[in-house]
Design a protein around this ligand. Structure first.
Ligand code: HEM
Length: 419
């Protein structure tokens, strides 16, 4: 009798795991990260700066420090290695940053029609041929590898080089989401390749950087950030459409697709938090000042939730250089995919999208066989994966936070470069 009761309770606990364990583990992870990282950050919006002053503080000239002086930077430098010290996102303001930012803008500037065509061609060349159960982020990553290879080198990538780019970008985003550890060997294979073929780049690269640094600059901006962000944006848009068949059919209308793209980035902003270091006091009122040296953590999700919408950052403070190119190209790839395939999903869709967008993808004109059964299986698989993944994220995330604190990549870099 007692054994039967214990068994029933154990079974009930086991069956209910997907409903409470992932959430509890995420809460524990957030708590642990806050402990390890310290409480140096000022959350905005928050107690000191509310939604109504979010943009004003983000755009403040003193909200300009990028890496130096923030313990958080050690973690970002760890995730974005190799070459975080020349990654545009992490360069301190100054002539070096200005030249790098100018170069990125020059490379990304092209007419919308050219960008659209380049994206469409990249899809034709690089889309994996599989259908059935797919993960959207993995599905489109080779397409973006092809696209940004063409943008940076002015020519198609070989299968091997595309593989190097995907391995690099996938490793970065997997580590960033704490779903896997970083593998520097995979990343450095791409750096070595880029350094070897650097002379083939048809653009003038920043003269302030040496040869290795130029390879690292290309890697960070075009073969990491560009690929990861474009893949995640495409995965989010397709997840929204896969969950709503009527919307998916209607999205053939360009105007509606524009709206869906905007609304998707409002609900699922790609940046969780962007941080800055105050380089001078920021006076808020007569008796409230943010002291120089404070780390300002701008929370996109909270700001969007309160009605604001800045998918590509703020114009006055290092906005995304792809704010024009990314929407055109993500919509072109989405449009082409929708013309050829139907998407359906029963998986969870969250902002960090750690499940990489599981979907059922079938040729548009194929009859939908065993659709309900497959979607039932997908829902179950997604729920149970969530249980396992949340534990993996807790363990690996804690290890990486610890390892990044140990290596102190950012802190040591600035110590070494101080007079
Ligand atoms: C839909 C896709 C994308 C979204 C939603 C997005 C969003 C953003 C946001 C919000 C920022 C500002 C963060 C801050 O204030 O610190 C940013 C910065 C940046 N993005 Fe994007 N991005 C996307 C695609 C791309 C692509 C395709 C590239 C490629 C080349 C790119 C390169 C960068 C760089 C280099 C920065 C740093 C800018 C600086 O500090 O000067 N992004 N992005």
């Amino acid at each position: 009798m007692i054994i039967a009761l214990a068994l029933t309770v154990a079974l009930a606990v086991l069956a209910s795991l997907p409903y409470w364990l992932p959430r509890s583990v995420v809460a524990l992870r957030v708590w642990l990260f806050a402990r390890v990282n310290g409480t140096e950050g000022i959350a905005i919006p928050g107690d000191l700066v509310d939604d109504s002053r979010f943009l004003e503080v983000y755009s403040h000239p003193a909200a300009s420090g990028r890496s130096r002086g923030a313990a958080l930077s050690d973690l970002f430098w760890y995730w974005l290695s190799p070459g975080p010290e020349v990654h545009q996102e992490h360069l301190e303001p100054g002539p070096r940053y200005d030249e790098v930012a100018r170069c990125t803008r020059r490379i990304l500037t092209m007419p919308s029609a050219v960008a659209d065509q380049l994206a469409t061609e990249s899809l034709r060349v690089a889309l994996p041929s599989r259908t059935g159960l797919v993960r959207l982020r993995d599905l489109v990553m080779p397409v973006w590898a092809e696209f940004y290879h063409r943008v940076a080198f002015g020519r198609p990538a070989t299968d091997e080089v595309r593989g190097l780019i995907v391995d690099n970008a996938d490793d970065v985003v997997t580590a960033l989401k704490c779903c896997g550890l970083r593998h520097m060997d995979r990343r450095l294979r791409l750096t070595d390749h880029l350094e070897r073929v650097l002379d083939d780049v048809p653009h003038d690269l920043p003269a302030v950087l040496d040869r290795r640094e130029r390879a690292l600059y290309l890697q960070g901006t075009f073969f990491n950030t560009a690929i990861v962000q474009s893949s995640e944006a495409t995965a989010h848009v397709l997840m929204v459409l896969a969950a709503d068949n009527a919307l998916q059919r209607a999205a053939a209308d360009e105007k509606l697709l524009d709206h869906i793209f905007e609304e998707t980035l409002r609900r699922y902003p790609l940046f969780g938090v962007a941080h800055r270091v105050a380089t001078a006091d920021i006076v808020l009122s007569r008796d409230s000042t943010i002291p120089a040296g404070s780390v300002l953590c701008f929370n996109y999700a909270d700001f969007h939730h309160s009605g604001g919408h800045i998918p590509f950052g703020v114009a006055a403070n290092r906005p995304c250089p792809a704010w024009h190119l990314a929407p055109v190209t993500v919509k072109a790839v989405t449009r082409e995919l929708l013309a050829r395939f139907a998407f359906a999903t029963s998986a969870a869709h969250t902002r960090p999208i750690p499940n990489r967008g599981p979907c059922l993808m079938t040729p548009r004109d194929a009859p939908a066989r065993r659709r309900a059964l497959t979607l039932g299986y997908l829902r179950l698989r997604d729920r149970w994966e969530d249980v396992w993944r949340s534990l993996v994220q807790l363990v690996l995330g804690t290890y990486m936070v610890w390892d990044a604190r140990r290596l102190r990549l950012c802190e040591r870099y600035f110590e070494a470069s101080s007079p």
